[in-house]
Design a protein around this ligand. Sequence first.
Ligand code: GAP
Length: 530
Amino acid sequence: MADKENTDPQKMEKIVSLCKSKGFIYQSGELYGGLNGCWDYGPLGAELKRNLKEYWWRKNVQERDDILGMDGSILTHQAVLTASGHVGGFSDPMCDCLLSKARLRADQIDPQSGTAYHYTGASHEESSWSVERPFSVLLTDPNQDENKARKTAKEYYSQFLSDKQISPKKLSLQGETSSEEKDTTRYNPANGSLLTEPREFNLMFQTKMGASSDDSDPNAVAYLRPETAQTIFVQYKNVLDSSRVKLPFGIAQIGKAFRNEINPRNFTFRSREFEQMEIEYFCHPDDGLRLTDEWLEKRLCFYEEIGIPREKLHILDVPDGERAFYSEKTYDIEYEFPFGIQELEGVAYRTNYDLGVHQEHSKKTLEYFDEETKERFVPHVVEPSAGCDRTALALICEAYDVEDLTKDGGKKDERTVMRFKPCIAPIKAAILPLLKNKPELVEKAKEVKNLLQPFMNVFYDEAAAIGRRYRRQDEIGTPFCIAIDFQTLGEADEDGYDLTDTVTIRHRDSMEQERIAIKDLLPWLLERIR
Ligand code: GAP
């Protein structure tokens, strides 16, 4: 749960608004009122997310000999998710408020104490209309009396009035009794109304395959995967056989996962459709705990490399009883979001639970044979499981800065800067001719753009004064601005130096400028954006 004292809702509002106005993230289906819990990445957001995924893939797959990649299907065989326990158990207990119809997570309701008023139904004083349904209201404030409870109860019963001419004020409540309640979670803390009994609500999205109209055909049912991990477990043997790798080794995957979250919230943080970046690292049972600690450290270094400082990361050693029942050790890596300290990634020692259940259900051996020790066993697994959208959101929150540039006694000035690391920044360099009405400057600037464009995402901009153009790039996090001026074309500078075919590079964070030859530009940038 978020630590309210460490939250900054205003900052978050500004970030959400910048994300929309600059084209990082939009509400999905906004034109039609929005699809709750789903988000679309705009031009800059798509680049940012892509850079993040590519960096993760490069570091965790391409630069390692012991990890292989895969890309599994989203539609998942129901037998896979039955074996993994998701069909039977991937659920949250949920209840509905009888008055407002709000849906609440039953396990997140704080216990309350007070006086509960109970009713058996209501009738109308001036007609034959009546309804028989039990309803209760909890009053936790001792200064409130039964009149408050009656008002709430009348509101509830008035929902059943079909004749809109009948005023709810003319309702008589029936069978009023009261009781003292202690630490109850049966009432909505927002309005005191009784809640429905908690029901288990499976978080998976189910769908039907093919043209079968037979709803009872179990082979027609499929699920959108709730985690990428299960696709890895069920392909573990194929990857092992086709790649002839030896333990310990990992299989990595980046892909979409879907959960019908009861309360999607905090912008993209808790979504119904999201992407995961997961590694299942298979090992000997003796190595599981040690490798979990090693992976934790590796993952912390990764976050630092992409621009999330260690001091903003928190490690939660998840205590016994709060971990998944099969996990012997789990660390949550948390980040200080403006809405509180919240989980970015879980590093879990899942033992041999997953391969074990798939072996049992599929009746096919998933054992590993160690040639050296002649040992045969079901491998154990360490799983670093990161959320791509959460990491992208953390990168955006971390990069966001409003810098005060007011000079002594001068006019107030501030600039918004997204301080992305160059490897993550959506646009690596902006190419800016000093003036747009000088064809020689424009031509040279386009030459520079054509030189860089095959190697990186660059942006050409000739509109407005150069200072304004710099600020526009600061706001979207472009680390380097390249200006083409008259010295580039051969005009001597004020000290008489010849600067032909050089450009000015302006650094986003320091706003300092340096001169560099066009012929050195590409290697100079490539060295800095990886
Ligand atoms: N395979 C393990 C697994 O899925 P998890 O803790 O449920 O574990 C792993 O999810 C990561 O996926 C989380 O740390 C988070 O970054 C991301 N994630 C989970 N649910 C999410 C949601 N509703 N919206 C966005 N990201 C989510």
